[in-house]
Design a protein around this ligand. Sequence first.
Ligand SMILES: [Zn+2]
Length: 465
Amino acid sequence: MRALSDIMEEFGRLSGLQLNREKSRVYFSSRCTQQEERAFALGVDRGELPVKYLGVPLTVNYAREQDCHSLVDFAQRRVEGWQAAGLSFGGRIELVRSVIAGITMFWFQSIQVPTATIRKVEAICADFIWRGGMHAISWDQLCRPREEGGVGLRPLRSKAACVKMAWRFIKGGSLWAEWMANRYLRRTNFWACRIDNNFSVTFKAILRCRPVLQTAICRQMKDGTSTDLWLDPWLGSRSLLDLLGGQLDREAGRGLTCSRIIRDGVWRPESYTYTAQLAEEIRLITIDASQAEDTWCWAGPGTGGGSGLFYFRSCYDLVRTHHDLAEVDFIWGKGVARKMQLCAYRLLRGRLMTRDRLLRFGMQIPDAKCVLCNEDDESMGHLFFVCPMTRHIWTEQCAQLREGVGVDRDIRSILSWIRDHRGRDPGWARRARVRLAASVWHIWKERNRRIFEGLTTSLLEFYII
Ligand SMILES: [Zn+2]
């Protein structure tokens, strides 16, 4: 304790930053004895874990749900501030995207957030998107990339934040990474280390990311002095020991580095490998003498293996569940406003709340008739493609595009019809897509205006797109 006190004094003397004993707390591990006495010797009060640091609870164990209240509060406050702003569906999606980005960048890269907390935050976001009403599209569906049928939100429950932490660890160069390596890897190698119960939750999570990490990184060699010959995965994404099927005595090879088989900037694999093929593979690995030392490069999906820099998007793509490509991707092109894209997206998925659906869900509504024609019952099929009022719009749109299309089709067949023409004339297909999304949006807006505001617009407005 005296040594610690002396260090703080010395630090204060050198930096001019004095320790404020009134505002400081000392934290002990549960195994430490005489905690009160030790705290007294240091002259500061004893604190209890978990403690908040920059709003995030610091703990050596798993963070509990009650430690993460502030995360739920944060999400709640963010969306509440916007409740009254009358945002469109697209605006609400964008806001949720920013809330999620804020949380994942900060919280999820610092601690293991409990599942119950994640569920609460997701529920807050989903309720906000659907204005507290029925969730027409499930959260998991919304969280898929657009080309796979979602709206491109990122789920909170993703391994990507943890893989990023593992990447920061192997990349090194920070006090945190050095401290972790010193604490847990003094006598072993990161890639060969067994998960021990005494490790912290964070370090265990980092170690569990190794298989994923291994597929996305590659080793850039300089002279091999900082690369473990047997254990580091420097051969593609595998280690030498892995490739040789564990034929070697680990003890004998401990501590050997790749510098053993690099001489004067040239590979000399003969002495340590068993097969000629493997030796040949090693010779093909580039040695880059211009670097400072051997380094890990990020070569995950979408990076093209170019810069070696880490991209979170690439990391997320690596760990997420992939779904079949959906036909909706054609809605999400450039040149169409986001609110229009999202409206067309909901129509395509059959999720707009037309009166027939409201009735089916047992809601009380005064009238089931279509507000545009007052003839038939309102359904998505009727409103957008059968109603005499909207048929005009499609006829006009087709005339503008100089192509014939049956106007009583559904949006799916119109989209594939446009898609079939894409190869022939991309410019035409883009115009057609803009017209389709804009028409759908205007029809839906007109319907809502008539129902909720009692207003009517001349449908001629649609033609001027
Ligand atoms: Zn109608």
